[in-house]
Design a protein around this ligand. Structure first.
Ligand SMILES: O=C(CO)[C@@H](O)[C@H](O)[C@H](O)[C@H](O)COP(=O)(O)O
Length: 228
């Protein structure tokens, strides 16, 4: 499963890149607003930083003519840009029009299996299935929904070979569920990526090995690199 980072923060992207686990970046207008910088400037900085990894940049227009113009513009920034559009009828018309022309789309705000099917039929490359917001509603359906969507994209033929991208991840459990479901991608906020390295038994194990080494040799070891 590919790990994307869900952020518009440059330091966080640098850190994930340094860990060697980064397969792509997703941004959205809320994440970019937090950075206090213009959308285009920040997306271009991210593109420069990550080379040819996929970077999703979201459209905000809703009218067809404006949205198709915005999508064309964003797609022109780099070949590895994935134009993010919400799961609306107008946005899917835009996907249907531009996807055969080589534009890669990430259809976002997908919460149900039929919505995922519509996005796949329109020609999406990534389908962003939100789990956190579904889990917030307490239905307990999120994990099953992703597994069903993964099976759906394998079972049928679609214009592009769409990948299920699990979004709105709020904790390590949802990462586990994404792996179990066979999702192709999970986009994970930095803080949660950091948590994934940890397990109480790993932390205790590192400390025990350290203590035994010091006891046996009398030499000290800098544990800095072993801890985040
Ligand atoms: O849609 C994508 C990725 O394609 C994400 O950037 C997506 O917008 C974010 O994961 C969500 O907006 C975060 O949602 P939440 O955790 O605030 O509910």
């Amino acid at each position: 499963m590919k790990f994307f980072i869900d952020t518009a923060n440059i330091d966080e992207i640098k850190k994930a890149k340094q860990w060697g686990i980064l397969d792509g970046v997703t941004t959205n207008p809320s994440l970019i607003a937090k950075e206090g910088i213009t959308h285009k400037t920040r997306v271009q900085e991210i593109l420069e930083l990550v080379g040819d990894l996929p970077v999703s940049a979201e459209c905000v227009e809703s009218d067809y003519d404006k949205l198709i113009g915005e999508a064309r513009d964003i797609a022109s920034w780099a070949p590895n840009v994935y134009v993010k559009v919400p799961m609306t009828p107008t946005a899917l018309e835009v996907v249907k029009e531009l996807s055969p022309q080589g534009v890669n789309f990430n259809v976002t705000l997908v919460f149900s299996l039929p919505q995922a099917l519509l996005a796949a039929k329109a020609g999406a490359s990534f389908i962003s299935f939100f789990v956190g917001r579904i889990d917030d509603m307490g239905s307990g359906e999120a994990a099953q929904n992703i597994a069903d969507a993964v099976r759906m994209v394998k079972n049928y033929d679609f214009p592009k070979d769409p990948e299920i991208l699990v979004a709105s991840i709020r904790g390590p459990l949802q990462v586990t569920e994404s792996i179990r479901s066979g999702a192709q991608i999970a986009t994970i906020p930095y803080k949660i990526m950091e948590q994934l390295f940890h397990h109480p038994l790993t932390d205790i194990g590192v400390k025990n090995f350290y203590d035994d080494y010091v006891k046996a040799t009398g030499k000290d070891v800098d544990l800095g690199a072993a801890s985040l």
